[in-house]
Unconditional design. Structure first.
Lengths: 500, 112
C-alpha cells in the first residue's frame, strides 16, 4: 500500500513540472510546447485510469506529505470521488491539449498558453486530491489565477473586460472561502478534513457551523456559477480562446465549485435537511433561469455559456436530493456535461476558426463544408438536450426519477421543462448554423485541421457510448464508488483516521 | 471582542468598495482591503492574552504561547493575494490602454 500511494502526489507534480519545463525551454520552439503539453496531459490521463483501478482494489489510498503523521501534516487522499473527478478532468485536458495544437496557431506566445494551461490542470488536480482544507484553498487559487490570465489571453477589449470582471468576482468568492476556513479553524483547531469532520461531529451543530455553511455556499457558489452568483460566467467563458472555454465550462467550474462544495458539505459539515433544500432550490433556479437566458442569445459561445449555468443546476439538483440515486445521477450528469459541453465549445471554436464569426445569424449550411464539425455538434446538441441514445438522456432521466421518488414533483417538473427548452435552443443552433442553405461568402471555407477533428470525434464517440457507464458492471467500478464516497457522509473521517 | 468587530467592519468596508466604486483601481484597492481583513482575522484567532512567541528552547517552559499555524497560513495567503493583485493591476493597465479610462460605466461592451 505504501508503494501504490506514491502515485497521488504525481497528479500535482507532473503538470507543475510540465508547466515549468514549457516556460523554460520552449520559448523559441512552438512544436516543443505542443509536445510537452500532449505528453503531460497524456501521462495524467493514463495515471488517472490507473487511479480508478487502484481505488477498485484498495477503496481508499493516502499519501502523507513529508511523512508528517495524519492530523498534523498535509495528507492527500484518493477515494472513489477523487478518482472519478481525476478521470473527468484529465480526459478533457488531454483532448483540449490535442485540439490546441492547431487552434492556438493564430495566437502568439504558444508557450505561455501551455504554461498557464498546465498550471490550471495542476491546480484542479490538487483541489481534487488534497485532504487538507487550507491546501484546498491554495490549489483553488492556483487554478483560479491561471484561469483569469487565460480568459484575458487574447488581450483585446472584450477579453480584458471579461477577465477583469471574472477576476474581481472570483477573488471575492475566494475570500469568502478563506474566511470560512479561518472560522472553522478557530472552532476546531485543525485543518485536516477528516479530523475536522470528526471534531465537528463531536461538538454538534451550532451557530458557527451555520455561518460557515453560508460562507462556503457563497464562495463555492461563485466558483461554480450558481444563479445568484453567475454574472461573471456568460462574459468570461465566451471571451477565452475556445479550448480554454471548453476547460472552464467543462471542468473548472466543477472541480473548483461542485467538487469542493460536495466534499465540504457532505464529508466535513454533514448534510442537513436545510442545506439539502437550499442546494435543490439553487439548482432548480440555475436550471430554469440559465435556459431562459440562453434561448435569446445569438452569439454561439454566449449561448453555450448560459447552458453551462443551466446544466450545473441539474448537477446540484441531483446532488441536493441526497438519495443514492440522486447523487449517482448528479455525478453522472457532471461527467456527461464535461464531455458534451467541451465538445460544443470546441465546435464553436472550429466554426470560428474557419469562418471568423460567432454570430449565429451570419452562419448557415456549414454542415456541407465542415462535415466533421457539423455531425459532432449534432451529436453534442442531442446529448445536451437529452435525446435517448446519447449520454445526456440517461443522466437527466436518473435525476428526474430520483426527484420523483423523493417526492419532489415540482423539481422534477422544472427539470423536464428545462430539458425541453434546451432542446428548443439547440434546434435553433442547428438550424441557423449547420443546416439550411450555405451562405454566399462561405463558399471558400474548409474543414478544420486534423488534430482538431480528432479531439472532436473522440468526444463525440464518448457522448455516444457514455450511456453505457450506467450499466451495473461498469458503474460498480466508476460511478458507484464516487457516489459511495459522498453517501458515507461523516464516516469519511472514521475511514481515513482508521485507515492509517 | 472589539478587535473582532473592527476586523469585520474592515472586511465589510472592502466589500462595499468592490460593490459601489466606479473606478477600476478603487475596486482593486477594495479587494486588497478585504484580503487584509481576512489575514488580520487569522492573526486574531491565533492570539492569546499575554501569549509569547512560539519558539521552543530547552530551558524555558512554554506555558502560554500563541498558535503558530495561522501565522504560516497568513504568509501563504499574502503571497496568493500578491499574485491576484498583480494580475488585476496588469489587466487594469491593459484596459486603460484600450479604452482610455478607468471608469467602469464607460467600459461596458459585453451585455445580453
Amino acid at each position: 500500500m505504501i508503494e501504490t500511494s506514491q502515485i497521488i502526489p504525481l497528479f500535482v507534480a507532473i503538470p507543475l513540472g510540465g508547466a515549468f519545463l514549457t516556460s523554460l525551454i520552449s520559448k523559441k520552439a512552438d512544436w516543443l510546447a505542443d509536445l510537452l503539453g500532449i505528453i503531460t496531459t497524456l501521462a495524467m490521463f493514463i495515471l488517472s485510469l490507473v487511479a480508478v483501478r487502484l481505488v477498485y482494489i484498495y477503496d481508499i489510498l493516502m499519501y502523507e506529505m513529508g511523512s508528517w503523521k495524519l492530523p498534523i501534516g498535509i495528507v492527500m487522499v484518493m477515494d472513489g470521488l477523487t478518482s472519478f473527478m481525476l478521470v473527468t478532468v484529465n480526459l478533457v485536458a488531454l483532448l483540449v491539449a490535442c485540439y490546441s495544437i492547431s487552434y492556438m496557431k493564430k495566437f502568439t506566445a504558444k508557450w505561455s498558453f501551455y504554461t498557464l494551461f498546465l498550471l490550471m490542470v495542476a491546480g484542479m488536480n490538487g483541489v481534487i486530491v488534497t485532504g487538507d482544507l487550507f491546501n484546498l484553498f491554495v490549489f483553488l487559487e492556483i487554478a483560479a489565477v491561471a484561469s483569469y490570465a487565460l480568459v484575458a489571453f487574447g488581450t483585446e477589449k472584450h477579453e480584458l473586460e471579461a477577465a477583469f470582471k471574472y477576476a474581481v468576482m472570483g477573488s471575492v468568492g475566494s475570500l469568502f472561502i478563506l474566511l470560512g476556513i479561518a472560522i472553522l479553524y478557530a472552532h476546531t483547531s485543525t485543518l485536516n478534513m477528516a479530523d475536522m469532520g470528526n471534531i465537528l461531529r463531536e461538538k454538534g451543530a451550532s451557530n458557527i457551523t451555520i455561518l460557515v455553511s453560508v460562507l462556503f455556499l457563497m464562495g463555492f457558489g461563485f466558483k461554480s456559477a450558481l444563479v445568484p452568483f453567475h454574472a461573471w460566467l456568460p462574459d468570461a467563458h465566451p471571451s477565452a480562446p475556445a479550448p480554454i472555454s471548453a476547460m472552464l465550462s467543462g471542468v473548472l467550474i466543477k472541480s473548483l465549485g461542485i467538487y469542493a462544495l460536495c466534499r465540504v458539505v457532505f464529508n466535513i459539515m454533514g448534510v442537513t435537511p436545510a442545506i439539502s433544500n437550499i442546494l435543490m432550490f439553487l439548482g432548480a433556479l440555475s436550471m430554469v433561469i440559465g435556459v431562459f437566458l440562453a434561448i435569446g442569445q445569438w452569439d454561439f459561445k454566449r449561448l453555450l455559456a448560459y447552458h453551462s449555468i443551466s446544466q450545473i443546476g441539474y448537477v446540484i439538483l441531483g446532488i441536493g436530493i441526497g438519495t443514492p440515486l440522486g447523487i449517482l445521477g448528479g455525478l453522472f450528469h457532471l461527467f456527461n456535461h464535461s464531455i458534451f459541453k467541451s465538445l460544443l465549445f470546441l465546435n464553436s471554436g472550429a466554426v470560428e476558426y474557419s469562418t471568423g464569426t460567432r454570430d449565429l445569424k451570419e452562419m448557415g449550411g456549414l454542415s456541407s463544408k465542415m462535415p466533421v464539425t457539423g455531425s459532432t455538434s449534432f451529436i453534442a446538441s442531442m446529448s445536451i438536450a437529452g435525446i435517448p441514445p446519447f449520454n445526456g438522456f440517461w443522466s437527466k432521466l436518473i435525476i428526474i426519477i430520483a426527484a420523483v421518488e423523493a417526492g419532489h414533483y415540482w423539481y422534477a417538473f422544472w427539470a423536464v421543462l428545462a430539458s425541453i427548452l434546451t432542446l428548443a435552443s439547440f434546434t435553433k443552433v442547428m438550424k441557423y448554423a449547420f443546416l439550411g442553405k450555405l451562405g454566399e461568402k462561405w463558399n471558400q471555407i474548409r474543414e478544420v485541421p486534423g488534430f482538431m477533428q480528432v479531439s472532436m470525434l473522440l468526444l463525440a464517440l464518448i457522448c455516444l457510448v457514455g450511456g453505457l457507464l450506467v450499466l451495473p458492471t461498469i458503474s460498480n467500478i466508476f460511478l458507484q464508488k464516487a457516489s459511495d464516497s459522498l453517501l458515507q457522509g461523516l464516516d469519511y473521517a472514521t475511514t481515513i483516521l482508521n485507515g492509517m | 471582542m472589539i478587535p473582532y468587530l473592527l476586523c469585520l467592519i474592515l472586511f465589510c468596508e472592502g466589500l462595499y468598495c468592490v460593490l459601489r466604486k466606479k473606478n477600476l483601481i478603487k475596486i482593486i484597492v477594495g479587494i486588497m482591503i478585504m484580503d487584509y481583513a481576512v489575514n488580520l482575522f487569522f492573526i486574531l484567532i491565533a492570539y492569546k492574552i499575554n501569549g509569547r512567541a512560539p519558539i521552543l528552547s530547552p530551558d524555558t517552559d512554554i506555558m502560554n504561547m500563541v498558535d503558530p499555524l495561522p501565522h504560516a497560513l497568513v504568509l501563504t495567503s499574502i503571497v496568493i493575494g500578491l499574485a491576484t493583485t498583480a494580475l488585476l493591476i496588469a489587466i487594469a493597465i491593459r484596459i486603460y490602454q484600450k479604452y482610455g479610462t478607468f471608469d467602469i460605466t464607460k467600459i461596458k461592451e459585453l451585455k445580453g
